[in-house]
Design a protein around this ligand. Structure first.
Ligand code: SF4
Ligand code: SF4
Ligand code: SF4
Length: 373
């Protein structure tokens, strides 16, 4: 099928591609493995700018992009998903989602980790000490085995949220998801999601990689716990697992590919194939029969734009019609890795989709169609 002219990469986009991936790669090397460039005795402040660490500047650019895009969407009141109909105002769902992303990103993922510590440090705000970045984010699951606070968060708060809301955490709150969600409504980002997100049976089978990442995280977490309790110690194995976590899972997969490959595989390749927490949420939702579901109604006309809008590569249209006749089969976390972004719902020109909870009988409880105002 011929590619539409508007879908071809422009010269500016091609130039961006040439610069973007190397820039992401170089940044993460500086941020996480500075001694690769500096040598073992190098001065970690070499990469500081105005006395601030690379991590601070990365957080500033990242948060600026996320929050700037949220403000643009909220102020312009444009519904980025409504390409297939006259662009109407933002739906209530999208408005609340972008409000949530804006506040959470700024307060929890920028002000608290980057600004507050700088205000308190010796030598003033513009005098960061040289240190190697360590990342043990909760999305990697294993930190929950050694931190009581994270254990409550991971094994109590998150499952309860999944029970009621599915994986909306990924489209409303998570720092990694905040970038994916906002880039996904920018003009190029929309196109990357629509054209380059892996779809189809093979891409679904590859989701097994995420099981492997979760299995690794759980084994690593349990070994750290046993080691901390002095029940069992295998220092060499723990060191090897820590190196694997840092280099393969966090650096290569979660950072360089997870962000650098947005223009090649869409915005959610890490969320669909890597993130251990996402697989944990999906499994929990599946076995606890989470109440969350996307539900088609009998208005579906088989236009298929819902599938194109899905950043997780879900064939939404297959749950809504067969041979262009509505089939009204709901789907939730049992069948798919849906993150509840609402893109498919808003993009549908005939309002054939909505979120609805699943009742005890396993059928969707239709309360009302999502408000569009
Ligand atoms: S899949 Fe993981 S990294 Fe992606 S948004 Fe969800 S929790 Fe965050
Ligand atoms: S749900 Fe809407 S967008 Fe999806 S196939 Fe049906 S009519 Fe088209
Ligand atoms: S199925 Fe719809 S709500 Fe779920 S992730 Fe895809 S676009 Fe978002």
């Amino acid at each position: 099928m011929a590619v539409k002219k508007s879908d071809q990469r422009s010269l500016n986009e091609k130039l961006f591609l040439v610069v973007f991936f190397p820039a992401v790669l170089i940044f993460y090397v500086i941020h996480k493995y500075p001694y690769w460039l500096l040598g073992p005795d190098g001065d970690l402040t070499t990469f500081h700018v105005l006395g601030k660490s690379p991590g601070f500047w990365y957080g500033t650019v990242y948060t600026g992009l996320v929050c700037g895009t949220c403000l643009w969407v909220l102020i312009s009141n444009r519904n980025q998903y409504q390409r297939s109909k006259k662009k109407g105002p933002l739906s209530t769902y999208q408005r609340n989602k972008f409000r949530s992303i804006l506040i959470v990103q700024f307060v929890a993922f920028y002000f608290a980790p980057y600004v507050l510590p700088g205000l308190r440090q010796d030598g003033g705000f513009f005098n960061d000490p040289g240190r190697v970045a360590t990342k043990a984010a909760h999305v990697y699951v294993f930190p929950a085995f050694t931190s009581p606070g994270l254990a409550v968060y991971m094994f109590l708060v998150i499952p309860v949220a999944v029970w009621f809301f599915g994986k909306r955490y990924c489209s409303w709150f998570c720092a990694c998801g905040n970038l994916a969600e906002t880039v996904g409504v920018l003009p190029w980002g929309q196109k990357w999601v629509r054209l380059y997100t892996p779809r189809g049976k093979t891409s679904e089978k590859l989701e097994v990689i995420q099981f492997i990442c979760l299995g690794f995280a759980v084994v690593f977490g349990v070994m750290l716990l046993l080691d901390g309790m002095k029940f069992f110690s295998a220092t060499n194995a723990l060191d090897a697992m820590q190196s694997t976590q840092d280099l393969i899972i966090d650096f290569v997969f979660g950072s360089v590919v997870g962000v650098g490959a947005y223009p090649i595989f869409g915005t959610r390749v890490w969320c669909r194939y890597g993130c251990p927490m996402a697989q944990g949420m999906k499994l929990f939702g599946r076995f606890s029969r989470s109440k969350f579901a996307v539900v088609p109604n009998d208005k579906c006309r088989g236009l298929g734009v819902c599938t194109e809008a899905c950043p997780m590569g879900i064939d939404v249209a297959a749950y809504a019609h067969k041979d262009k006749k509505p089939i009204e089969v709901s789907f939730g976390l049992t069948e798919t890795p849906c993150i509840g972004c609402g893109g498919c719902i808003d993009v549908c020109p005939v309002e054939a989709l909505s979120f609805a909870p699943i009742g005890k009988d396993g059928k969707a409880i239709i309360v009302a169609t999502e408000s569009k105002s």
